[in-house]
Design a binder for this molecule. Structure first.
Ligand code: APR
Ligand code: ZN
Length: 364
């Protein structure tokens, strides 16, 4: 099957034929139908996040089950599924306490499937699947718990987005922050994930949702998803502007959804006394953010990390499906560009421009 392979950082992905071994016990063989163009993959391409190469990136995916390994009972050939990039073991302390997004076994076997081996190779060269998914490919073999069954006929591009940006963004608002009707919110970085934080905040009744970005086109687009105010961070101090829009107080909740020291600090300094700063973006591995402990104490601020929307993929992705079907969240409007797998390098060039919304690979 064909896949896009990362051999070296800061080099284009290479489209190549790859061998895929059949699914083993507890695994599922999936034909990929859609794969989202998310910034997390770009972090690996730039070397800002580390993965063993060669690797197949792509973690925001959906597809159709081709066949299943021994013991798989929750899905069967022909079923459509969302792929979760944190499939979970169901037995570790995190899984058992409802925090499956932090599964220990998933972390301990990063770079391989749960049994520590891999199904992807070219000859005897094994290839790492990102997040046990690797959906920048025609097919994938994934753990059963990484397959979330879809209702018949659910569109796969929209399903793919639920596999990362929707659940990460809406989840950050719904499951991590404690937004209540009337809350004020500021979102730093309104790309694929940030737009979903905005729609999550809108759904929860936030009275003011301030979108902060460096591109005017993205700010205008954010208004369609519920942003009530916009701040252009490319000119002037965004912290001062957020304060100005919140009666000099700062927002109740600020979300960092880009992944840099600068945006983390901006989000921190824009939150009001007693407020919560929720860090969603993945900063480069070497990044630090110098938060002054005095303001943390005296203003009783809370800084929280939020991974995968603090969601339990197998429970909360079906909720996202329901929210989409009932018209409470918009996923159709998020999808602004479609690409074929062969165009993947162009798709990643576009993410760093003024292009709005989310790109999705729909032809493999
Ligand atoms: N201030 C505010 N916004 C900024 C800044 C800045 N200094 N620099 C960049 N941005 C904006 C970009 O213009 C873009 O609109 O941040 C947005 C990021 O959006 P995407 O590139 O679409 O990234 P996305 O896929 O949404 O991921 C965001 O979440 O899951 C993590 O790894 C992911 O770190 C990444 C983050
Ligand atoms: Zn992602």
């Amino acid at each position: 099957m064909k896949a896009a392979i990362l051999y070296e950082t800061n080099q284009p992905l290479v489209i190549e034929e790859v061998e895929l071994d059949p699914p083993k016990k507890g695994e599922v063989h999936v034909k990929i139908g859609a794969a989202g163009v998310c910034r997390s993959d770009l972090h690996f391409m730039h070397g800002d996040a580390i993965i063993q190469t060669p690797a197949i990136l792509g973690h925001e995916g959906a597809g159709t089950v081709l066949d299943v390994g021994e013991g798989v009972t929750s899905v069967k050939p022909g079923d459509d599924v969302i792929l979760s990039f944190v499939p979970n073991c169901g037995r570790c302390p995190y899984c058992l306490t409802g925090r499956a997004n932090l599964c220990d076994l998933h972390g301990a076997t990063s770079g391989t499937l749960f049994d520590g081996t891999n199904r992807l190779h070219i000859g005897d060269q094994y290839i790492t699947p990102m997040g046990k998914v690797g959906c920048f490919a025609q097919e994938a073999v994934v753990p059963e718990t990484g397959c979330i069954l879809l209702p018949k006929g659910f569109p796969l591009p929209q399903a793919a987005l639920i596999g990362c940006s929707v659940t990460t963004g809406v989840g950050a608002a719904m499951y991590n922050a404690e937004i209540t009707p009337g809350s004020t919110v500021a979102v730093f970085g309104v790309g694929g994930v940030g737009l979903n934080v905005i729609q999550g905040a809108r759904l929860l009744g936030a009275s003011k949702i301030i979108a902060v970005d460096i591109h005017q086109s993205k700010l205008e687009f954010a208004s369609k998803f519920g942003a009530t105010n916009t701040v252009d961070a490319s000119s002037g101090d965004p912290v001062a502007k957020v304060k100005e829009l919140t009666d000099g107080l700062g927002a109740d909740y600020t979300f960092e959804v880009f992944g840099s020291s600068e945006t983390v600090l901006n989000a921190y300094h824009s939150v009001k006394k007693g407020g919560q700063v929720i860090i969603v973006g993945i900063a480069p591995v070497t990044a630090t953010a110098a938060i002054d402990p005095v303001s943390l104490v005296r203003f009783e601020r809370t800084v929280k990390g939020c991974y995968y929307g603090s969601a339990r993929p197998n429970i909360d992705m079906p909720t996202m499906v329901t929210l989409y079907k009932s018209g409470q969240i918009d996923i159709d409007g998020l999808i602004t560009r479609e690409y074929s797998l062969d165009e993947i390098n162009q798709a990643y060039k576009d993410i760093d421009t003024t292009e709005i919304g989310r790109g999705v690979i729909t032809k493999f």
